[in-house]
Design a protein around this ligand. Sequence first.
Ligand code: ADP
Ligand code: F6P
Length: 540
Amino acid sequence: MSRLIVVSNRVNPPSGKGDESVGGLAMALSAALRAYSGLWFGWSGKTAPEFSGQLSMQIADGVTVATVDLEEADVSEYYNGYANKTLWPLFHYRQDLTAYDRSFNEGYQRVNRRFAETLRPLIEEGDLIWIHDYHLIPLGRELRALGVENRIGFFLHIPWPAHQLVATLPRHKQLVEALFDYDLVGFQTPEYRQAFEEYVLSEVDGAIVDEARLRAFGKTVQVGDFPIGIDAAEFAQMVAGERAERTFGVMAAHTAFRKMIVGVDRLDYSKGLEERFLGFERLLADNPHLRREVLMLQIAPVSREGVDSYQEIRARLDALSGRINGEYADIDWNPVRYVNRNYRRDELAGVYRAAKVGLVTPMRDGMNLVAKEFVAAQDPDDPGVLVLSKFAGAANQMGEALIVNPNSPEEIADALKRALSMGLAERIRRWSALNEGVQRDDVTAWRDAFVKALAGEEEPRKPAEGPHYGEQARPLSVDERLLPDLGAEREADARTFGAAALRDPEARGDPPPLRLSTGTGRGLQVLGRDQGTLARPTRP
Ligand code: ADP
Ligand code: F6P
């Protein structure tokens, strides 16, 4: 039976202790990996004078993490460059922020080739390979060039935009052609999958073979939509935990006699933070009676600081929050509480629970897991209200939220007003429907649906079947024999060794066994990068 290799840019070793970590992809894969005791392999977050392909190994919470260093030029051209100055803004409809530079594309192709070369020796016949997100679109093609014939899937965590936008990208056909080297390409929503189909039909003269297959560049690829979810079971445990309860208590005490509106987002222009602040300001301006009754807590850890547009939005938000507080604050009340640091996940759970309103208003977002976390954290007997942007992928599944256009401060203000005064019966009715979906369409359902489709066990979902996967997805069986037998000592151990040694663990002494491929279960292996690369403020 097959082994599963999962590949992503960012590596975020699961800790199982509710530790902090930011980014939807990392959260989801972390959860998926933990269940499989798999291996996560990618960029260490460090740079070396020259790329060597040396792997660092670490075992965390039953997951093996293997990382590789990149060169300075790789980081600036691939991660800060093509990934985050070109593809990210373009795919989030910010053509004004999109920078095209030939060196970015060269760095992007180079790093994908390096990842492929590092990964190649580890791939065994029959392995399933699952590659994640916009950083790694060409990785499948690079693996094919190295002779890999295994089934390879790709999942895009961000939106696929309208074809007219994609067509503005120099060498866009080269980028899209690379997607046809995969067996399966997955999107977050039917809308993004359809936008991809439209590109294929209108820009490269491709064809729809059937509901789940596209043909172009002389190749056929399977496509499907696979909405990502949260680890709902883990979240339920965290909410009930001591630290979440303590945080809830602290927040409740600090917001006594007031209603708290909460936002939790990476500090990113796609998250609509300025527009959100303006919407809240409008609420205060139009409703003097609410002024001392509400406060907005915005948690926004800094992100991608090597990219100018991220530094600029940070400066604008500092100014905007200061302006609103300057205008409306009183000696015993600040309307906006704006913090730029990371929190443990169980602390975040307590914060969500203490809020009366969750304000999730991205201008564009592949999915947005914060919306799902907010719902999962609520008290069933007295739940808060979710206000959600119509441009979050989550809106496709979460119609019982108050859906707003984030471009309109008036609409945000109206929705906030409605949420703050909503009666208990309506809150419970809306929350129950939302929570049912969050519990059902969780990260396990997402993972299992994708893996089954990749393995050819199940067709990707047809458009007519609606947005939910949960009912048809069954957990994959995991054969205990395939999980590395690691003692506590080894779990805490972190080692560094090369790819050759990883292929032949016995040759270098006592590394953890990585040969997971015999028997009936699956291991999980990821290529990505370390969260430490970004200088984020962390808790003392
Ligand atoms: P994205 O992937 O674009 O960052 P998502 O909403 O899908 O957006 O995922 C963000 C993830 O990062 C969520 O799991 C959220 O809990 C986590 N996160 C966001 N802000 C913080 C923070 N300040 N501290 C810890 N985790 C955070
Ligand atoms: O979930 C979307 C995403 O872009 C992931 O690919 C990424 O890991 C996450 O947001 C956070 O971004 P970064 O890894 O650049 O901090």
